[in-house]
Design a protein around this ligand. Structure first.
Ligand SMILES: *[C@@H]1O[C@H](CO)[C@@H](O)[C@H](O)[C@H]1NC(C)=O
Ligand SMILES: *[C@@H]1O[C@H](CO)[C@@H](O)[C@H](O)[C@H]1NC(C)=O
Ligand SMILES: *[C@@H]1O[C@H](CO)[C@@H](O)[C@H](O)[C@H]1NC(C)=O
Length: 382
C-alpha cells in the first residue's frame, strides 16, 4: 500500500497512545482468516488496476484518502475494535489500521475511545481497545474512514506492515504504533513476529476459511522443512515495505530476471514482476497478454516451473500453481479453452514498486514477518 501522504496530516495529536507495563506471560496465538470477494466486480482488469494502485507513486501523490486497497478479492480477519467486530483486510503492505464507512460503522463512545486527530477529508483518527486472536491491545490508534468509496464489501484494513508506512500520517506523531508494535510493546507477544498461512482456494467458490495468522511466532503445523530467512532490504522504495532481495528468476532453468527487490504483501491478489521480466517470461513460455482480461494467457498449459531464487533457495511455482484453476473460470468470467496466469506485468516505472509477491504466491509458501530481527522468512506450505 502507498504511504499516506502529507495532505492527510492535520491537527496535532493531543493524546498519544500510551505503552502499558508488560504483562508477565507473553503468548503466541493464531486466528483463522478467510477469503472474501466483495462481489462489486469480477473484472480482472479492474482487479489488476487496484492491485497496482496500491504501490503507485501517482496514487501517493493524489489527494489523500483512505488507503488504496483491493477489496475485490482478498482475505479478511475479524478484529474487535471497541465493542464492534470488523472484517478487516489482512495487509502486510499497510502500516495504518483503518475501519471504513461500509456496512459496519465505528460508533466509538467507549470510555477508552479518544479522538486523536483529524485526518483531512478521509477520516478521523481514534484510539480504542482492539482484540485479535483473543489478544487484547490497549490504545490502538486507527483511522475511521469517512469516504463512502472506501472499503466496499469489507470493513477496513488491518496494517501488519512496517511502522515506517505510518510516518507522517498523524501530526504530532513521527509514526503510529502498528497492531504488532503494540502487541509487542505491551508485552502481549514474546517477539514481534507474524506468521501467515494461506492455501489456494479449492473448488469453484470464493470463501474458504483457509488462512491462519499467528501472532508472536510461527505455527509449525503450517509449513514443512526449514524457514529461509532473508534480511529486509534497505533499497527504497522496497525498504518501506516487507521488501526482500530476489537473486534471480528462472524459467525452464534459464535466467529470465536478474537480481531485484520485491515486496511481500498479503493485501495484493496477484503476483507482479517487472515489465522486462514479464515480457521475457511471456516469450519463453509461449504466452501472450489477453487484451480482454489483461492476464497472461496460453493456448496450452506451460510445461516448466517458474523459480524465484531467494536467500539461496529456489521458490518454485509449477504451471498449475501459476495459472488459474479451471474450476474458477466462471467466477472470473473467463472463457474456457485457454490458460490464464496469476503472474502479471508490474510495470516499468522504477519509482514504483513493480515486483510483488501477492496472495497467489503466498498461497504456496508460509511467510514470516519478523520485525524483531528485521527479516522475512519463507517456507513450503504444509
Ligand atoms: C466513523 O465514520 C463513519 C463514516 O464513515 C461515521 O458514520 C461514524 O460516525 C464515525 N464514527 C465516529 C465514532 O465518529
Ligand atoms: C476536520 O478538518 C476539516 C478540514 O479542515 C474540517 O472541515 C472539519 O470540520 C474537521 N473535523 C473535525 C471533527 O475537527
Ligand atoms: C514501459 O512500458 C510502456 C508500456 O507499458 C512502454 O511504452 C515503454 O516503452 C516502457 N519503457 C521501458 C523503459 O521499458
Amino acid at each position: 500500500m502507498i504511504r499516506l501522504v502529507n495532505s492527510l496530516i492535520l491537527l496535532a495529536c493531543i493524546l498519544c497512545a500510551t505503552v502499558s507495563t508488560p504483562v508477565s506471560t507473553p503468548t503466541v496465538l493464531s486466528v483463522p482468516f478467510r477469503k472474501k470477494v466483495s462481489g462489486r466486480t469480477r473484472s480482472l482488469k479492474a482487479l489488476i488496476a487496484r492491485d497496482l494502485s496500491r504501490f503507485s507513486v501517482d496514487a501517493a501523490a493524489a489527494v489523500g484518502s483512505a488507503p488504496a486497497t483491493n477489496e475485490d478479492d482478498t482475505y479478511v480477519v475479524v478484529t474487535k475494535i471497541g465493542a464492534q467486530n470488523f472484517e478487516l483486510i489482512v495487509s502486510t503492505g499497510s502500516g495504518n489500521t483503518w475501519v471504513g464507512s461500509g456496512a459496519t460503522r465505528y460508533v466509538g463512545g467507549t470510555t477508552s475511545s479518544l479522538k486523536q486527530a483529524n485526518i483531512s477529508s478521509s477520516g478521523t483518527q481514534f484510539t480504542d481497545t482492539a482484540v485479535i486472536a483473543g489478544l487484547s491491545i490497549s490504545q490502538q490508534s486507527f483511522g475511521n474512514a469517512s469516504r463512502s468509496s472506501g472499503f466496499e464489501g469489507v470493513d477496513g484494513v488491518i496494517g501488519l506492515g512496517p511502522v515506517v508506512l505510518t510516518e507522517d500520517t498523524v501530526s504530532g506523531l513521527a509514526t503510529v504504533p502498528t497492531v504488532l508494535d503494540n502487541l509487542f510493546l505491551q508485552g502481549t507477544i514474546p517477539t514481534e513476529v507474524l506468521g501467515v498461512s494461506f492455501a489456494p482456494e479449492s473448488g469453484a467458490d470464493f470463501n474458504d476459511i483457509n488462512g491462519e495468522l499467528t501472532f508472536g511466532g510461527t505455527d509449525s503445523t503450517k509449513f514443512v522443512g526449514e524457514i529461509t530467512f532473508v534480511g529486509k532490504t534497505t533499497t527504497s522504495p522496497y525498504s518501506d515495505f516487507w521488501g526482500i532481495a530476489v537473486t534471480s528468476i528462472t524459467y525452464r532453468g534459464v535466467t529470465i530476471g536478474a537480481a531485484a527487490n520485491a515486496a511481500v504483501d498479503t493485501g495484493t491478489t496477484l503476483i507482479y514482476i517487472p515489465t522486462i521480466v514479464y515480457n521475457t517470461f511471456a516469450v519463453a513460455s509461449g504466452g501472450k497478454t489477453d487484451p480482454e482480461t489483461g492476464l497472461l494467457t496460453w493456448t496450452a498449459l506451460p510445461t516448466a516451473n517458474l523459480e524465484f531464487n531467494i536467500g539461496g533457495v529456489a521458490f518454485t511455482l509449477t504451471p498449475s500453481q501459476f495459472t488459474i484453476p479451471a474450476a474458477q473460470y466462471a467466477n472470473f468470467g473467463l472463457a474456457p479453452g485457454k490458460f490464464y496466469g496469476w503472474i502479471s506485468d508490474g510495470g516499468n516505472v522504477t519509482a514504483n514498486i513493480n515486483f510483488v509477491f501477492g496472495q497467489k504466491f503466498l498461497e504456496n509458501y508460509y511467510s514470516v514477518y519478523d520485525t524483531t530481527n528485521n527479516r522475512l522468512g519463507l517456507a513450503t506450505r504444509a
